[in-house]
Design a protein around this ligand. Structure first.
Ligand code: UDP
Length: 328
């Protein structure tokens, strides 16, 4: 059984590689190491084929890697809000052009059983309904979210036009070991863990009562695998923890001091997936509770030893464009 994981050296992709290797798949990783790190898959050395390639570059022919590949898991993308506001073209190239390029290559596989796309709950923007079902309006708030949404539409369109077996999985606030940002101000876990390690106060946005559907990464890749081996096609599925937790609760689990920083524009007060559809269609359920997940993070906190340490003033500087563009 042959599988390709784009972004397989990255955070979520590398966990997908673990699952596939453990299940006996022959895995090829396509990654340009923009955010990914070879050490994320170093434990598979000799077992996994690694190709350093930029999927967003049409001039690089990637078709031959897809010959007879049965499963494609497309995770390669640029993440994070701030740099997407600062550099939307770069995000379009990596996330949208990259997706079309991978779709085109997968189309020529001859043996494709499933194309699994890593979509984002950020497509819901500031939702009207909680828990949020897949049928909620699409209203992305910033370029990262927009590129992930447009790419999802490409995936479904390719499924429709070329009769490809595609599914789109909308991930909610994924966290887990190996989750690191490459220097930019990003997801909350990386920010807080680096602050904890350096005895700095945790920078809580607003009053900290906003909630997030923190979903542990192994549950996410389990859901993707279940979708891949199922007979569902042309579906969009939320993948969440089945719950939502306040930032203050996260702080209480992590321990440490806190400091409050201004509420950010375009942010929902809550993310909370309605996972009725995925439970029904795939029989999948999340397994890792937030308490267990946070314990795993703390047990592995040394992974954040050389991560950037943010404080009130560096965050203010880093998020200037965010406030300027979306704050009015
Ligand atoms: N957050 C926070 N401090 C930070 C970064 C984030 O309190 O330094 C909060 C943020 O307000 C949000 C949650 O953590 O409620 C998750 O933020 P993240 O950027 O990880 O994800 P998103 O907001 O895109 O869901």
């Amino acid at each position: 059984m042959k599988a390709i994981v784009t972004g397989g050296a990255g955070f979520i992709g590398s966990h997908m590689v673990d699952l596939l290797v453990n299940n006996g798949y022959e895995v090829t990783v396509l990654d340009n190491l923009a955010n990914g790190r070879l050490e994320n898959i170093a434990h598979h050395k000799g077992k996994v084929k690694f190709v350093n390639v930029d999927i967003g570059d049409y001039t690089q022919n990637i078709d031959h890697y897809f010959t007879n590949v049965e499963y494609v898991f497309h995770y390669a993308a640029l993440a994070d809000i701030v740099p997407s506001i600062n550099n939307p073209l770069k995000y379009h190239k990596a996330n949208v052009d990259g997706t079309i390029n991978v779709l085109e290559a997968a189309r020529k596989s001859q043996n494709l059983k499933k194309f699994v796309y890593a979509a984002s709950s950020s497509c819901y923007g500031i939702p009207d309904t909680y828990p949020t079902p897949e049928t909620s309006p699409i209203q992305p708030e910033y370029p990262y979210a927009h590129t992930k949404t447009v790419s999802e539409q490409y995936v479904l369109h390719w499924g429709h036009v070329y009769n490809m077996p595609v599914v789109s999985m909308r991930f909610f606030n994924v966290y887990g070991i190996r989750h690191r940002t490459s220097g930019t101000y990003g997801a909350v876990f990386g920010v807080f863990l680096a602050q904890l390690l350096n005895n700095k106060p945790l920078t809580v946005v607003g009053d900290g009562e906003q909630t997030r559907d923190f979903t542990y990464v192994t549950d996410i890749v389990d859901a993707c695998y279940s979708a891949a081996i199922s007979n569902i096609v042309q579906e969009i599925l939320n993948v969440g923890s089945g719950n939502t937790y306040s930032i203050n609760y996260l702080v209480s689990l992590l321990g440490g001091k806190k400091v409050h920083i201004p509420k950010r524009p375009g942010e929902p007060d809550s993310t909370f997936a309605d996972i009725t559809k995925i439970k029904k269609m795939l029989g999948w359920t999340p397994k890792v509770t937030i308490e267990e997940g946070v314990k795993i993070m703390l047990d592995n906190i040394e992974q954040w030893r050389d991560a950037p340490v943010w404080d009130e003033s560096s965050i203010e500087e880093a998020t200037k464009d965010w406030f300027e563009c979306l704050g009015n």
